[in-house]
Ligand binder design. Structure first.
Ligand SMILES: Nc1ncnc2c1ncn2[C@@H]1O[C@H](COP(=O)(O)OP(=O)(O)OP(=O)(O)O)[C@@H](O)[C@H]1O
Ligand SMILES: [Mg+2]
Length: 458
């Protein structure tokens, strides 16, 4: 028996009937909505404070579940939301988790699934009650991102970064997208004599020239059309601190010229102003372009390059520091498992093999996304290959080839393939059947037929 209240929203009568039956049998209070609009009307009137759990169907004709979830999150309602999806819409389940859904279930689901979630939710409620007093006192700890690595090549970069942090020199950080340039920049600032001052970032690629100029230098009232009020620039705001120029290789020649003056003379003039101001700023810059080549091609000013590039740090791509993949994958798994309150402890060896043999063109950001996705999809305690995006690693690709080259019967191939999928599905027969696109009953029959029980699948 549970002491709680569940709010359900689904347009399928069958599901509503099924859920009402199993939940009321456990003494759970219910509130049932058969359309998204009806639920939204109720939320707008009185919120959802009295519910412990919202079970929300993804696909509804009037208003879909993802849209409702988004509104619930925008309204900062605390209620945990569990999405109900059809197997085919697994992508919307992932989207929902990213939007902050608590969990999702694929239809049809056994009642134990819902009870399991209910238990976790109620346990969490108790914990939150206990913790809230404590949290109010201490304040929520700031989220600082730790730098994780194991490879020799990254260790050298880290050592260098810590060393230059203490100097006042400007630094250019080079590396492919997603290699950790911004993280290294903040590490340098946090370990520098300016650590107590501001660390500000501007992305030079994301802004138009006019906007970049007024953001950096600020402007006086009426400096250009639309400049209704005077605005302080980042150069003003970063005075005594550090300014990180991200994607500096995309800065236009005009802005480059203006910035050079700041680096040379230590002063600048806001747009439309007549008086200059003096500033003391440490500059860090990053780019995924080959900056020296940009200088040779005359797209980047050589004098500015030398001012910025007193020291350069090159972050190696992940494929050149394979030694980091495992430790990073574990780090991200711990992060997302904790965030999702899931008890996932590690990776199967096949999954780890897949991760370490992939080339990671999007580097650490891509790895992090892959692990987040896998954590969402994983039901068991270990991450298995089928929750990872399917990359054709050399090993995986060679397997079918191995089969076709051998002179064996179709049955042998089928037997091996079933075994392989069962293993990959973490011995979960229902999931394996789905992957194989055969009925669960058919799979049971084949397991018996091929004597796979001896291999541990009963
Ligand atoms: N060594 C590391 N340990 C832990 N997390 C890391 C590490 N390196 C990078 N990350 C994480 O990977 C993600 C990408 O890093 P970051 O944004 O610093 O890369 P970037 O080089 O600036 O990418 P881009 O060129 O796309 O802007 C971030 O979420 C960051 O926290
Ligand atoms: Mg970046």
């Amino acid at each position: 028996m549970y002491n709680g209240k569940v709010i359900i929203c689904d347009d399928e009568v069958e599901i509503l009937r099924y859920l009402s039956k199993i939940l009321t049998a456990k003494g759970i209070d219910l509130e049932v909505f058969s359309s998204g609009t009806a639920l939204m009307r109720c939320i707008e009137n009185r919120g959802l404070d009295d519910g412990d759990l919202l079970l929300l169907d993804v696909k509804m004709p009037d208003l879909d579940g993802i849209e409702i979830l988004q509104r619930v999150k925008n309204m900062k309602l605390e209620i945990p939301v569990v999405m109900m999806t059809a197997y085919a819409s697994i992508n919307s389940a992932i989207e929902a988790m990213k939007l902050g859904a608590y969990d999702y279930v694929t239809k049809p689901f056994p009642k134990e699934k819902i009870f399991g979630i209910m238990e976790k939710v109620l346990e969490r409620k108790e914990l939150l009650k206990e913790n809230s007093a404590l949290k109010d006192e201490l304040g929520i700890p700031s989220a600082s991102t730790p730098l994780v690595f194991a490879s020799e090549s990254f260790r050298k970069v880290h050592e260098m970064a810590m060393l230059v942090a203490h100097s006042e020199s400007n630094v250019v950080i080079l590396g492919e997208s997603g290699t950790g340039k911004e993280l290294i920049a903040s590490l340098i600032h946090n370990n520098s004599p300016r650590a107590k001052e501001r660390f500000l970032t501007i992305n030079c690629a994301a802004l138009s020239d006019t906007l970049l100029e007024s953001q950096l230098f600020g402007h006086v009232k009426g400096a250009f059309t639309g400049a209704i009020n005077a605005q302080k620039g980042l150069l003003d705001a970063a005075n005594n601190g550090t300014l990180f120029l991200d994607e500096v290789g995309d800065m236009s020649q005009a802005i480059q010229a203006k910035l050079l003056r700041v680096l040379q003379e230590g002063d600048f003039i806001p747009v439309g102003d007549t008086k200059g101001r003096r500033v003391d700023i440490r500059f860090l810059a990053a780019t995924n372009k080959d900056l020296e080549e940009e200088v040779r091609q005359k797209r980047f000013r050589e004098d500015l390059f030398f001012r910025l590039n007193v020291i350069s740090l090159h972050l190696p791509p992940l494929r050149d520091r394979a030694g980091d993949i495992e430790i990073l994958a574990k780090h991200f798994l711990a992060k997302y498992a904790a965030r999702m309150k899931k008890d996932i402890t590690g990776f199967t060896s096949e999954a780890m093999q897949l991760l370490t043999s992939y080339s990671w063109p999007g580097n650490i950001r891509e790895l992090e996304n892959a692990i987040e996705r896998a954590a969402i999809l994983t039901r068991g305690r270990l991450i298995t290959p089928e929750t990872l995006p399917v990359w054709r690693s050399p090993q995986a690709a060679s397997e079918p080839a191995k089969h076709s080259a051998r002179m064996v019967s179709l049955e042998t191939v089928e037997r091996e393939h079933i075994l392989h999928v069962l293993k990959a599905a973490g011995n979960n027969k229902s999931r394996a059947a789905k992957v194989l696109e055969i009925a669960r009953r058919t799979l049971d029959r084949k397991i018996e037929e091929y004597g796979l029980e001896e291999d541990g699948f009963r």
